[in-house]
Design a protein. Structure first.
Lengths: 256, 448
């Protein structure tokens, strides 16, 4: 019960501070909409959102930020960084997590009353995600099971015609970091009951359709689906559809 | 005539008194539970005691936190992690201003507005009379509930001896703002609390002579032990759920090994065990006593002419007396029986927060602990907001929770073994108190 009140870990050994890399795209003029904070998953950095989504969100009037996860982090450190950046923004923030970044966001929601949250192609449950990864990308995944690095593959993340540049930018994830995310406990309930949207693709080779439904059900809804897209919704040639749908949903939620 | 104002019904809205740290958290958490909130603040800005511009702010130039950052920040709005372990008062104010900005709290606050009276109208609702701080017409509005967050560090406790015959300058610590006030003077600081010790240390750096008068010996905890902020080490002991006796022994050992025997410096030995008084966290007091910059003296017996006489008959002639006697809670807008205030002025509230006979009246922030106040005020206000919501949506369950709460033993949430003094009226153990609040929240959230 009281683990949410008694935070001994934070009181006795706070997460060490680091310099955080945050990309941003700001709207002109700023009409006071809540800012968006994008949180990438394993292998990705803030760059994955800077490519298309940040600028597009700003063009629709939302200040948009993307955080690069710290090196050699852990679930706890990532959650800490997300909450730190969100609390540092001038207004109550909308958290948008992708892949394992959605897991980080789900945990951050228990620590920070977000204005709203979006879980895009969320990897919330480690085992099914690991199963899918082993099927599609055994060579990149197996080493992580025996202490090596986790390497993501083009086939896993992208649809048919992804630019080669994106694939080259992916980073390997140390096994310990991957383990801390895949063995994460179920996230606690969000504070401040924010509206939560789950988006994904039925053709995602990382997140199964079943996992997507399960995550959406956990937050009391059904997933918004974008057939034909790969796992990396924000780098897909059709990147505009999901971000527009997310912003439309957000505009509706903010009005309601 | 203007003295019979019309009553404006605010229906389900909740009235919050004060926009300091506790009031801000209360506004936010009530709004999260879907309540409309009207907060009245007598000053024209947020921050309460932490805003040095405010009349009632006790803050002085050198004020720093006594508890470290992780034990002081709001649990859902952390302070920047690149801030120091013990931020100063300007940073704390910045933090509170950013909190108000981030959650758009100012739109619920009526600045420059004083609460004149709060009276029950019978059905659990309240008539709140307000007027502009500068004076002017009074206005009465009716609310579904009232949450008082007016702070308890602004009404100075009078000195226990008569000082009317004293001809030197005497001021309460609340009026102390800047070390320049001490420079080149012979200063007597009265009071062994955190403020008294901090001012004695500042005086040691500025004044020509410093006497520090305390009624009893205290356990002076350093701000750092084993390279960590002391409260974080203390939290570790609480995490391990070591029994009080063991913690007292460890505390004793640590103080012995680091500071040593304080009587060697001329300080009185504590007349109580560790954890039986509010922690005094000060690394420098003993240092300056050891350097002869501070002369420890016992309780003041008499102030007359230019002389101050102490309990042991010693006499000194200070130019300036700073009385750090602490503060008493004051609720001048509430009839004493509403909060069950006794003849000494001490309110009797369930969990130091809920009025026992008025389910729609609560006080937030009226606690002191071995940790920061903000997390306690946060969870108190969450509990108050949940409670008010539950009364609304499920009165039967609310009654059940109330009945269960009435059997909660006092010792489970408040410190009973403390030095008897008004200073310890609201002394709680940080983690025990949070456990009790967590337990209450669970009771309210449990699906029946």
């Amino acid at each position: 019960m009281s683990s949410r009140l008694l935070r001994f870990e934070d009181w006795t050994s706070p997460v060490p501070p680091v310099r955080r890399e945050v990309f941003s795209a700001l709207p002109h003029p700023d009409e006071g909409e809540p800012p968006l904070l994008f949180v990438p998953g394993l292998g990705h950095g803030g760059w994955a959102f800077r490519e298309h989504w940040l600028g597009h969100a700003a063009s629709r009037g939302f200040a948009a930020y993307a955080l690069t996860p710290r090196e050699r982090g852990s679930l706890r450190a990532y959650v800490h960084d997300v909450v730190q950046v969100a609390a540092g923004l001038p207004r109550q923030t909308v958290l948008v997590g992708h892949g394992t970044g959605a897991l980080v966001v789900a945990h951050a929601l228990a620590r920070y009353p977000a204005r709203a949250a979006v879980l895009a192609a969320p990897v919330l449950h480690g085992w099914p995600a690991l199963g899918a990864a082993l099927r599609v990308n055994p060579l990149g995944t197996l080493p992580a099971l025996v202490g090596g690095a986790l390497t993501l593959s083009r086939k896993q993340l992208f649809g048919a015609d992804a630019p080669e540049a994106h694939v080259e930018r992916l980073t390997r994830t140390p096994s310990a970091v991957a383990r801390s995310l895949f063995t994460a406990p179920e996230p606690a309930d969000p504070v401040g009951s924010p509206p939560v949207l789950v988006v994904g693709s039925p053709d995602d080779r990382v997140v199964t359709r079943k996992a997507l439904d399960r995550t959406a059900a956990r937050y009391g809804g059904a997933p918004l689906l974008f057939p034909g897209m790969g796992h990396d919704l924000m780098l897909d040639p059709a990147w505009r559809d999901p971000i527009d749908a997310i912003l439309d949903w957000l505009v509706k939620e903010l009005a309601g | 005539m203007h003295d019979t104002p019309e009553i404006a019904d605010r229906h389900d809205a909740v009235c919050v008194v004060g926009a300091g740290a506790s009031g801000l958290a209360t506004i936010k958490n009530l709004r999260e539970q879907g309540f409309s909130v009207d907060c009245y603040e007598r000053e024209t800005s947020v921050g309460g005691a932490w805003n040095w511009r405010h009349d009632r702010s006790p803050v002085y130039a050198g004020t720093h936190l006594i508890s470290s950052r992780p034990l002081t920040e709001f649990p859902d709005f952390p302070m920047p992690d690149d801030w120091p372990d013990y931020p100063d008062h300007t940073r704390v104010l910045t933090y509170l201003e950013r909190y108000a900005e981030h959650f758009a709290l100012r739109m619920s606050i009526w600045f420059g507005t004083e609460v004149v009276s709060v009276t029950p109208v019978g059905d659990g609702r309240w008539d709140v009379t307000t007027r502009s701080t500068g004076g002017g017409a009074e206005r009465v509005q009716r609310y579904a509930a009232v949450v008082v967050a007016n702070g308890h560090n602004w009404s100075p406790k009078p000195l226990s001896v008569d000082a009317s015959a004293f001809r030197g300058r005497i001021m309460h610590a609340a009026a102390y703002k800047d070390p320049a006030q001490l420079r080149g003077r012979k200063v007597l600081v009265i009071g062994g609390g955190n403020t008294g010790c901090d001012i004695a240390v500042e005086a040691a750096q500025q004044a020509t002579t410093v006497w520090h008068s305390t009624r009893r010996g205290y356990w002076y905890a350093p701000k750092y032990v084993f390279g960590r902020p002391a409260d974080q080490v203390n939290a570790k002991l609480l995490q391990l759920r070591l029994p009080l006796r063991v913690r007292q022994w460890l505390y004793h050992r640590t103080v012995r090994l680091t500071i040593g025997d304080v009587t060697r410096y001329g300080l009185p030995a504590p007349d109580h065990r560790p954890y039986e008084s509010h922690p005094v966290v000060n690394s420098q007091l003993v240092y300056y006593v050891g350097h002869g910059r501070i002369t420890p003296v016992p309780d003041v017996a008499r102030l007359e002419g230019s002389t101050v006489e102490f309990a042991d008959g010693r006499r000194v002639e200070p130019d300036l007396v700073v009385t750090a006697t602490g503060y008493l809670p004051r609720f001048e807008f509430l009839a004493p029986e509403l909060l069950d205030v006794d003849e000494e002025g001490k309110p009797d509230l369930h969990l130091h927060a809920f009025a026992r006979r008025h389910p729609t009246l609560a006080v937030v922030g009226l606690v002191q602990a071995d940790g920061g106040l903000f997390p306690l005020a946060h969870w108190q206000s969450v509990a108050v907001a949940r409670w008010l919501r539950l009364r609304d949506t499920d009165p039967e369950r609310a009654a059940l929770v109330q009945q269960k709460e009435s059997t909660r033993p006092l010792r489970s949430w408040t410190r009973l073994h403390v030095v008897p003094s008004s200073r310890h009226w609201f002394e709680v153990g940080f983690t025990n108190y949070l456990r009790a609040l967590g337990d209450l929240l669970d009771r309210m959230e449990a699906t029946s």
